[in-house]
Every structure is written in structure tokens, then in C-alpha cells.
Design a protein around this ligand. Sequence first.
Ligand code: PSU
Ligand code: MN
Length: 300
Amino acid sequence: MITLHPEVQEALNNNQAVVALESTIISHGMPYPQNVQTAREVEDIIREHGAVPATIAILDGSIKVGLSDDELEMLGSHKDVLKVSIRDLPYVTAMKRNGATTVASTMRIAHRAGISVFVTGGLGGVHRGAETTFDVSADLTEFTLSNVAVISAGVKSILDIGLTLEKLETLGVPVIGYGTPEFPAFYSRASGFKVPMQLDTPTDIARVMKDKWALDLVGGLSIANPIPLEDEIPASTIDPHIEKALQEAHEKGIKGKDVTPFLLSRIAEITAGQSLKSNIALVKNNAHLGAQIAVEFAKL
Ligand code: PSU
Ligand code: MN
């Protein structure tokens, strides 16, 4: 039920580097047309490093690994694209709908397709107040099931970063800081929380991936790559805006899968586009790293 783009299929057959990309970031994470432009630029960055990009989405019920330019455009501009996490997959395929995949569902599909590296912006995690709402992203549990290294800029402080790291520890997920001892907070380089391990080269990260799976330690790795200094919004600047957006979400009664998209778009409005600029910069930064890791991993 999974259709691989011929270029992706060929790269996998020849043991060449392939990098998976998610599509919720395009359809529900950024406004049109910046979303489509960013998706294209991210694919270009991956190619510049000698890897093949494979954006994952569901079109008319068909699971696609690797999209054409028209398909990217459609995904970014149409209104009827659903946000598809693990639980939604069979509904969207059976009902022949269009869907954008989250970190969790992209990991699962990438794993099934034989892709080991996946680049995104931010992970879902344990939401603030989860002790009463139980809102913990399915992204976290997916790390116990799919053998994929996920490159992100950490998690936003719309989440409870400390609890998210605790949960990842319980699930046995290696959390690796790339060139940093600290887990990054998406818009900001610092979060105040340490990573359990720091690695400084794509080669070392590829080695850890190889040994994790050679040891039959099933599941993913979280590679946390801080936003570049020139693009960051310091926590002291962004945190009050995040608080405001969280408060509004609460007042409007926004729940479940709608929470993350609402917060992202409200924060972009409140910061007059500054958060969107940072978001785009960090995704591109992750694409550079992910492509290098994929190239190194293919050599092993
Ligand atoms: N974090 C971001 N941007 C995003 C997302 C998370 O900074 O676009 C998306 C990802 O697709 C992630 C999903 O998998 O939100 C998590 O949603 P939820 O919290 O409903 O599980
Ligand atoms: Mn959620």
C-alpha cells in the first residue's frame, strides 16, 4: 500500500542515502506559500549533500514516499488535507482522503520503506498540563517501534520539556545533542535541560545508529540540533508569546490534534512572522545535518 517514487526506490536499491521528510509541517505547521517554498528548499539542500529527499504524504488514499512538485503544491495549498497521525492512517487510506503525516506516522512509513534518517522541525511531546489532559503526542511512543533517526531542533516550550525528556528516557530512546550538552527548545538554543549524550560529527551519529540496531534495540533515535545562533529567538523573548497563545487555546477549548497547529499559527501572528522565519531556518539547518548523517550511514 506504499508507493515509492522511482528516484527513491532506485536510491534504496543502490544503498544510497535517502532522507525522509514529514508533511504536517507543510500543511498544518506553516502558512501558504512559505510552506511549499520551504519544502522545496529543504529538498534542494538534501540533494546538495548527495542524498535523495523523500517527502511522505497520503494522496487520494495512497501512501506516497517521495512527491512530485505538483503534489507538494497541492499538499501545501488545499484546505482538505487531514493531519494524519498513527491512529488516522487506515481511515485516510480506506476513505481515499488526502493526508499530511506527523512525525509518528512519517517514522512508521519511513521504517516500512527502509529509510533510516528523517528530518523535521520539532517533535511532539508531553504537553504542559498533561497530568490532567493526558495530551502526550503519539510521536513519543513511535520511537519504540520504528528504526529511524529523527533530526529535530528539540521541542517547543509549548510543551513540558522536562517531562518530554523523562518520557523519552522511560521509552529507551537515545537523545543525542549535536554539538551541544543541552536539549534545544526549537526557537531557542537553550532549554535548561541537559541531553544524556552529546556527539559532534555526523559520522559518530551514524555509528551510534548502526550499533543501536545491530544490538537489536528496536526503535528510533532523537538527534537534537539547535537552531543557528543568528536565527534564534531567545527564550526570554518567545516565552511570554507562547504563554499568551497557550492561554488563548485554553479559553477557546482547543483540544487534541488541533492544539499544535493552533499554537504554531498564533505564535507566528503574535510575533509578526518572526517565529515563522526561525521555524524555516531551523528546518533547513536540520536538512543539512540529516543529509550528512544519511550519507555517512549509507557508507556503514
Ligand atoms: N512541532 C512543530 N511543528 C510541527 C509539529 C510539531 O514545531 O509542525 C507537528 C509535527 O508533525 C508533529 C505534530 O508530529 O505536530 C505533533 O502533533 P501532536 O502534538 O498533535 O501529536
Ligand atoms: Mn496531542
